[in-house]
Design a protein around this ligand. Structure first.
Ligand code: SF4
Length: 331
């Protein structure tokens, strides 16, 4: 295999500063591809053990958050064969660095079916990847506001979770300790741990029963682009729910519920900030408001911590809500 480029301090392809490898060879030939020179499998330099070692050295730096694998297309059969041993060694040597990869092929239709090369090799390579951006670049769906992808048909997939659940788990954002992702039907038990807990729900509404949680998940969470699940990266535990409810043009009412056992550790701060960044960039959001019960100290602290400004008080029956606001300008 040849490679087209290596960047040792890349800030454009995945979160944080990363080492990125651009392999040569791609048969997708997407119209207006930004790297057409890499379609040629003979382009660039040979990918030798010395080059592999240089990449490992680059990854040893503590501020390097992870490794990104781009192209060309790493999932062309001959590239999979050349990469799989290197990727397994990389994952073993740097278990705490996240691995992102980009492919023009479709995760379910092309990769999980084993249509691209040896199915066993494809699966071994997939197991080395934390986050996969899949799908061809489609010029008519091009959107420069999208994070880490060129056109809106491309998806950001949490590979390990998707393989374990046997269903597609799409990611929205990655922070140091968390994945913010879409809900799936498999979240019923995890969501019930949150919504069914009286103390967690103290200032929101009465705790949900299991049946109500299941209904809420299927009707209000799964498949919704404005509802976000928050899970711990290291153990994939669901710890929070975030909602952005549209209230006007480019305006959303934000709400969040984090399990009581995971409060006071900065998780909600990390996750809500990431969701706001996503909404500013990809949902066209300009303003968020949040109505918070005056007794809900953790949520009030969070609102102030993420830069929301107090604007007024509202009475709702017996309750007093403090209304906070954040606009794109005071980000
Ligand atoms: S898959 Fe990527 S490298 Fe290949 S043609 Fe499409 S945009 Fe270009």
């Amino acid at each position: 295999m040849n490679y087209a480029n290596i960047k040792y301090y890349d800030i454009a392809n995945g979160p944080g500063v990363r080492v990125s490898l651009y392999v040569s060879g791609c048969r997708n030939h997407c119209k207006n591809c930004f790297n057409p020179e890499t379609w040629d499998f003979a382009y660039g330099q040979p990918f030798t053990p010395e080059v592999e070692e240089k990449i490992f050295k680059g990854l040893e730096l503590s501020y390097i958050k992870g490794f990104s694998l781009l192209g060309g297309d790493p999932f062309e059969p001959e590239n999979q064969l050349a990469l799989v041993g290197f990727m397994e060694a990389l994952k073993k040597r740097f278990p705490d660095k996240s691995v992102w990869a980009w492919t023009g092929y479709d995760f379910e239709a092309d990769l999980l079916t084993g249509k691209k090369g040896d199915p066993e090799i494809t699966m071994r390579l997939l197991k080395c990847i934390d986050v996969l951006v899949d799908g061809r670049f489609v010029e008519s769906l091009k959107n420069p506001d999208l994070l880490f992808r060129g056109s809106s048909n491309q998806r950001i997939i949490l590979v390990r979770q998707s393989l374990a659940r046997d269903e597609l788990v799409q990611m929205v954002a990655e922070t140091d300790r968390l994945f913010v992702r879409r809900f799936t039907p498999h979240d019923a038990a995890g969501l019930y741990e949150i919504l069914g807990d009286e103390q967690t729900m103290q200032y929101v509404e009465p705790a949900f029963g299991r049946e109500k949680t299941d209904k809420f998940l299927s009707e209000n969470c799964v498949g919704k682009a404005n509802v976000f699940a928050v899970e711990l990266k290291d153990c994939e535990k669901l710890i929070g729910y975030i909602l952005l409810k549209p209230t006007g043009e480019r305006e959303y009412e934000a709400g969040w519920i984090f399990h009581k056992d995971y409060r006071g550790m900065g998780y909600a701060y990390e996750a809500v900030n990431a969701v706001f960044d996503h909404a500013f960039a990809e949902m066209g959001a300009f303003k968020f408001t949040a109505g918070i019960d005056e007794r809900n100290a953790p949520s009030l602290t969070l609102a102030r911590g993420i830069g929301m400004k107090f604007i007024r008080t509202e009475k709702q029956g017996e309750k007093t809500q403090l209304i906070y606001e954040k606009t794109k300008g005071n980000k």
